[in-house]
Design a protein around this ligand. Structure first.
Ligand code: SAM
Length: 213
């Protein structure tokens, strides 16, 4: 993703505490208080400009969504969407996913979404892939028992790598599509990257995996 420096982004995030959570570590184990209800929590790791979490939240008012994004210059667009949409069931965290355990405890999260994660194709960057084993362990440590990861990407290499990584970790594959947009999968919500790549004719790979109890 091309990043434009937006020095004002951090300040604007601070002006909307109802959407951008400034002190997520203080809510560890108590996210129901943030949302004002005990509904399930689904997080998108690497939410980018937030189209997916916003539209998922609109379609599923009984689920709480948290979009997690490293760069404030990117997540600021997600904030603009939320200001416009006025949805009570989405929050944003401008943090690094490697620190997820600082913000969530075991059982806080019901599902992890990974959409069009950066592929990091070079072998020496394997540890940065969000489906690398260390990340799978991290998700397990914040998810409920038998929690799920739902993953989609246009990148065949990352998809193949991730299927292997899930399998080596012992995750159970419960859904697989090698061409999502031509499949019978219902209720797909497109992300920004998905719109961009599918408009170019690229196929979208999707899978769901589940931790074993
Ligand atoms: N999910 C969005 C979509 O499908 O349109 C954005 C995809 S974009 C290729 C990947 C996003 O993940 C980028 O915005 C990047 O900054 C974010 N990201 C990558 N590594 C991350 C990490 N460790 N923690 C939080 N966000 C991360």
């Amino acid at each position: 993703m091309r990043l434009r420096h937006k020095p004002w982004a951090g300040e604007k995030l601070g002006q909307y505490p109802q959407y951008a959570i400034a002190d997520p570590e203080t809510h560890k184990g108590n996210w129901a208080e943030v949302f004002g209800n005990p509904n399930p929590i689904h997080i998108e790791v690497g939410t980018g400009k937030g189209q997916f979490v916003t539209e998922m939240a609109r379609a599923n008012p009984d689920i709480n969504y948290i979009g997690i994004e490293l760069y404030d210059s990117v997540i600021i667009t997600a904030l603009d969407r939320l200001i416009e949409a006025e949805l009570p069931n989405v929050k944003l965290l401008n943090v690094n996913a490697k620190d997820l355990k600082e913000y969530f405890e075991k059982g806080d999260v019901d599902r992890v979404y990974l959409n069009f994660s950066d592929p990091w194709p070079k072998n020496r960057h394997e540890k940065r892939r969000l489906t690398y084993k260390d990340f799978l362990k991290l998700y397990e440590e914040i998810l409920v028992d038998e929690g799920e990861i739902h993953f989609k990407t246009d990148n065949q290499g990352l998809f193949e790598y991730s299927l292997q990584s899930f399998s080596h970790y012992g995750l159970l594959l419960t859904y697989l599509s090698l061409d999502l947009h031509k499949s019978e999968f219902e209720g797909n919500i497109m992300t920004e990257y998905e719109e961009k790549f599918s408009a170019k004719g690229q196929r979208i790979y999707r899978c769901e995996v589940k931790y074993r109890s």
